[in-house]
Write a protein of this length. Structure first.
Length: 68
């Protein structure tokens, strides 16, 4: 099963990894570590809560007004 991963830099260093299909979130010191941790967390989640994927997630961007 192919799922999505969103990685963002963490304030304290490393990366936060999020899977939008399941809501699982984890972190790691590197991109690779964060992805490995996310895979493990998501597999554990799916053991308890099976998921039927009906399509692929869509990642896009949008803008908001910046306040000075």
């Amino acid at each position: 099963m192919e799922l999505s991963a969103v990685l963002t830099p963490a304030i304290e260093g490393g990366y936060v990894a999020f899977n939008p299909e399941t809501g699982t979130t984890t972190q790691g010191e590197s991109v690779e570590e964060a992805l490995i941790n996310l895979q493990e967390a998501t597999e554990l989640y799916l053991e308890e809560f099976p998921l039927t994927v009906t399509g692929r997630s869509l990642l896009t961007t949008f803008q908001v007004a910046a306040h000075a």
